[in-house]
Design a protein around this ligand. Structure first.
Ligand code: NAP
Ligand code: SF4
Length: 704
């Protein structure tokens, strides 16, 4: 096969695993109630069926104070252990192996009562944590050991001790959060005593035949984090204490360096893992921004790690491993690192799913049960198949065509443009969003093997669809005709220096040296980033690691504490003004886990932000605006001022309007309502995004 290292067996403790892929810990939002565990079990079972050798669960707390939020899942009682049987049985039934992750949240607990190594407050938390007294530290060690015992009772093959990402154990390891004066603080030796006692305790209680993985922070990315030497010593120590595997953790949750979003280069942190691998004999697994088999194979063949840990790619495609093994890299639905349906859901208390695979995490829910597992290329279709037309080849249309073809229907996809892709074709041109191109390539290349009849450059009118044009009528029509950019009614809007965003994004128009962007939603922010990125400068997945490290202040040698270095302001090709009518800060409605990265980028690039704007006119002098600001200590008075932005270009990113006129024409032509399925932006343009569009598309198809 094409990935010899990835598919070579390896040993983790007593387990012999068939491939070097670990499915890393993800919080699915199904961990908290015992009643949800059967759903979680089916989610894991499907991934085990898909060939993944070792699965790590989301974090379970060893005691009440360790819970991520009140009511979060624990492994602390016999009842917990019994409830987890359904999970371990399901995974073992498919020939897989599974570790329970033990996570004590420490000062990241979303609770008024938090504990930590010392009395400190996390910048992302509203409350100050209490310092655990020495006796309570010892009790916590015992709770970890007991939790591992319950995990064993539940049938888990082992546990993973969460010692990274800024959770409690990491809070003990780093001087930033550990100012203790007892035997658990002070020297690096003392700071890691808590972790050592946990690993030793679990090993002593469990004996052999039970895997202990430690998710170790390779680099903290916070001020006063650990030094590289301390990290290496911690790795040596956990090996001595009986760990079988070291898994990679990168950066604390409060770190101001992005570590997993799509603008982070591929395998950006594998070099950190490689340093740890050099000093221990137990296997070490790399993680972060590894999404496709060729990246994984590269890491393994460069000897940077013994295995790779991926989490989100298993939301995007449960059969990642089997497809990679069959050399069908392009059949893998790639994770695009958007966080929109996974981590952003975690932070807003919703269960996790996936933008490109809305069935993830809902395998047992209607109507997703009616959709098969995204299958390997096949064109199995029987003669009695329904004729389904999908109109529009954007994300919604592509997803609908796939789902319908996989369900065995005879599918025709109509796209008015010469190429399919819709808004994804634009998104992939945004610096840092190059992965949309991979997702698009995946969807496009799968159409032919699935037997979809693709007709590009064709406007599907009601006559073709209802059988009036010499072709048999379609049984169902999915209207995925998407959106059109909103046009504004401002004096001067027809001037040549005013552009609709698609023309700027696809390169039809090149802007001058001062640009005003009207509208600061997802697209306005993307366009501002595009306009402030030097042309021909690879970004995102393919950016040079060194460039990216300079931009975000990461020390390539991990020399100082926390692995941080001074940030270097990037070269910016032009001045950009970003405007919105609403008051308040720009980008406030961007995703919880991605918005801060975008806001940080805009700031670093010197993008001038204007809120509370009224657009007056555009003329030779530029864009005339009126700005309303709240002033005074109580922000109760408003102050109105007028100004002219002397810009060379104006780009309109003022949202979208639905394009669904086809549905009206189909109804007029007599097509019954239940055979017309309007989805995505065509259904509702407000706040449309690919997540909603794809989900609506596959649900509509499941109901056909
Ligand atoms: P959007 O997020 O709805 O933003 C539209 C912007 O235009 C807002 O800033 C709005 O702000 C402004 N606007 C609306 N009506 C206007 C009018 N009549 N005159 C002037 N300004 C007006 O839409 P979008 O930026 O087009 O993005 C579309 C969707 O794509 C988004 O919902 C987003 O979810 C998705 N997307 C997501 C990402 C991501 O990174 N997750 C990136 C790109 C796109 P004011 O009303 O305050 O002026
Ligand atoms: Fe990846 Fe986005 Fe899916 Fe999350 S929602 S798994 S980031 S594609």
């Amino acid at each position: 096969g094409g990935y010899p290292r990835l598919f070579s067996p390896w040993q983790v403790g007593h387990l012999t695993l068939p491939n070097r892929v670990v499915m890393g810990s993800m919080h699915m939002g199904l961990e908290d109630s015992h009643a949800d565990l059967p759903r979680l079990a089916e989610f894991y079972a499907e991934r085990a069926r898909g060939g993944v050798g070792l699965i790590v669960t989301g974090g379970f707390a060893p005691n009440r104070l360790g819970r991520l939020s009140p009511g979060a899942g624990m492994l602390a009682t016999r009842k917990d252990a019994e409830a987890h049987r359904v999970v371990t049985d399901a995974v073992h039934g498919e020939g897989g192996h599974i570790l329970a992750q033990l996570l004590h949240a420490g000062r990241y607990a979303q609770s008024p009562l938090q504990v930590s190594a010392s009395r400190t407050r996390a910048p992302i938390s509203p409350v100050t944590a209490f310092a655990l007294p020495t006796a309570a530290v010892r009790r916590t060690v015992r709770d970890f050991v007991r939790a591992a015992g319950w995990a064993r009772q539940a049938g888990y093959d082992g546990v993973e001790v969460m010692a990274s990402e800024g959770y409690l154990i990491n809070q003990f390891l780093a001087p930033a959060t550990n100012r203790r004066t007892d035997c658990y603080g002070g020297s690096a030796r003392n700071r890691r005593r808590f972790l050592e006692e946990i690993v030793t305790g679990i090993r002593q209680a469990a004996g052999e035949g039970f895997v202990i993985s430690v998710r170790l922070s390779m680099v903290d990315l916070v001020q006063d984090g650990q030094t590289l030497e301390e990290t290496l010593d911690a790795a040596r120590a956990v090996e001595r204490c009986g760990a079988d595997l070291i898994n990679t953790g990168i950066g604390w949750h409060e770190a101001r360096v992005p570590t997993i979003v799509t603008s982070v280069p591929r395998a950006a942190f594998a070099t950190a893992t490689a340093r740890v691998k050099d000093v221990v004999d137990i296997p070490v697994s790399a993680s972060n921004r590894i999404t496709l088999p060729h990246t994984a194979e590269q890491i393994l063949s460069a000897d940077q790690a013994d295995a790779v840990t991926m989490a989100r790619p298993f939301l995007a495609d449960g059969h990642w491993v089997r497809k990679a093994q069959a050399d069908h890299e392009q059949a893998i639905t790639p994770c695009i690192g958007c966080n929109q349906a996974c981590l952003d859901h975690v932070f807003s208390g919703r269960t996790v799913t996936c933008l490109v695979n809305p069935r993830a995490g809902r395998e047992t829910e209607e109507p997703y049960t009616r959709l098969g597992m995204p299958a390997m290329p096949s064109a199995g279709r029987d003669d009695g198949a329904l004729r389904v037309a999908v109109v529009g080849g954007g994300p919604a249309g592509l997803a609908a065509a796939h789902a319908a073809a996989e369900a065995g229907h005879a599918v025709t996809l109509f796209e008015e443009q010469e190429r399919v892709g819709g808004q994804f074709r634009l998104a992939r041109r945004i610096p840092g969003k190059e992965e949309f191109a991979e997702a698009l390539a995946h969807f496009r290349h799968r159409l032919e093997p699935l037997g979809v009849d693709v007709r590009t450059g064709v406007r599907a009118d009601a006559a073709i669809l209802t059988g009036g044009a010499g072709e048999p009528a379609f049984d169902h029509v999915v209207v995925a005709t998407g959106v059109v950019p909103r046009e504004l009614d401002i004096p001067g809007i027809d001037r040549p220096e005013v552009h609709a965003y698609p023309d700027v994004v696809d390169g039809t128009v090149t802007c001058g040296d001062t640009v005003a962007v009207i509208g600061a939603g997802g697209i306005g922010v993307d366009v501002a980033e595009l306009l402030t990125t030097p042309a021909d400068h690879p970004h995102g997945a393919f950016q040079e690691h060194a460039d990216w490290e300079r931009e975000w202040g990461v020390d390539p040698d991990f020399g100082g504490r926390g692995g941080l270095a001074p940030r270097t302001a990037p070269a910016v090709p032009r001045t950009v003004h970003l405007l919105q009518r609403s008051p308040g800060r720009i980008g406030a409605r961007l995703g919880a886990t991605t918005g801060w990265v975008h806001r940080g980028t805009l700031k670093a690039r010197g993008v001038v932000q204007h809120s509370g704007v009224r657009y007056l006119r555009i003329d030779d002098a530029g864009l005339h605006i009126e700005v309303t600001r709240t002033v005074g200590r109580l922000r109760k008075r408003t102050e109105v001022s007028r100004k002219v932005l002397a810009v060379t270009d104006v780009v309109v990113c003022a949202g979208q309007e639905s394009e669904a006129s086809l549905a009206v024409r189909l109804r007029a032509a007599g097509m019954p309502e239940e055979r017309i399925h309007v989805v995505g932006g065509a259904l509702k343009a407000g706040e449309i995004d690919a997540k909603r569009a794809i989900d609506e598309a596959v649900r509509a198809v499941a109901r056909i």
